[in-house]
Design a protein around this ligand. Structure first.
Ligand SMILES: [Zn+2]
Length: 260
């Protein structure tokens, strides 16, 4: 049965106030699992944080099934695994000086739905980020990362276009969207578009990485990777003395009126 226009208006009004836009943030980081935001963008987050810019992290899942092998090996059950991963991610976010929210969508696999896309679009409209950093679209060995890239892209479009699409709260500006470096970059067709020098905040990133007891084995790997990217930074830029760096893809071309 069709709803009367009065009912529709009432519902729109309720939606409009359900989650009002609270603030415009500088950087929103969307992480498929509990620790991705630290391995792949911990330095970038620490830099923003140090500058006093507004940052938030959204973790779609706790990585409870796919990225918590050590806990399962020691006989933890699902709820215990989630609790540990949540605690580790909160500790790392605290080190980086940023808030984190968990959507608890369940991992391996993350299953998308219209409701979940709208849930994320609602958060994007609420936060109105200038920059979004999330997973790059290819990751040969991690379909959750590819799913995260897709849902962020879809939610971003739903947050910037389509006034008739719920949620009925104001559209956002078009954010710049960047992609993380995947775990096996060459196998995921990863070619960096931007390299960010993180030398000055590297100790903070290292401290944040150390919060993840469950994935301790990855710390050395990401330490090495940051040195490799710093090597590229030094080679490409005649002014860089970088010792540690992080690499990202760009989803859209840069638009500028400056001479190149
Ligand atoms: Zn992950």
């Amino acid at each position: 049965m069709l709803k009367s226009s009065g009912q529709t208006r009432k519902r729109r009004r309720r939606d409009a106030f359900y989650m009002p836009k609270t603030r415009d943030i500088d950087l929103l980081v969307v992480s498929a699992h509990a620790a991705d935001f630290v391995w792949r963008a911990g330095g970038l987050i620490a830099k923003y944080s140090k500058l006093g810019r507004l940052v938030e992290v959204i973790a779609l899942t706790f990585g409870e099934r796919g990225e918590s092998d050590d806990l399962w090996k020691h006989g933890k059950n699902l709820n215990e695994v989630k609790r540990v991963r949540r605690r580790e991610a909160l500790a790392a976010a605290k080190v980086l000086g940023v808030p984190i929210r968990f959507l608890d969508w369940g991992d391996y696999p993350i299953v998308l739905s219209k409701e979940r896309e709208i849930e994320l679009a609602r958060l994007f409209r609420q936060l109105n980020p200038e920059v979004i950093v999330t997973h790059s679209k290819d990751d040969l060995f991690n379909f959750d990362h590819e799913t995260a890239a897709r849902v962020v892209s879809n939610a971003s479009i739903l947050s910037t276009h389509g006034r008739g699409v719920p949620p009925n709260i104001p559209l956002t500006r078009q954010p710049k969207i960047f992609g993380f470096e995947p775990h096996q970059p060459e196998l995921a067709h990863f070619y960096p578009d931007v390299i960010v020098d993180i030398s000055e905040v590297y100790e903070t990133k290292k401290q944040a990485m150390n919060c993840f007891e469950t994935q301790k084995d990855l710390i050395e790997y990401y330490d090495t990777r940051s040195k490799i990217r710093a090597n590229h930074a030094r080679r490409i830029s005649s002014t860089s003395n970088s010792k540690h760096a992080e690499a990202f893809t760009r989803r859209y071309p840069e638009v500028t009126d400056r001479p190149l």
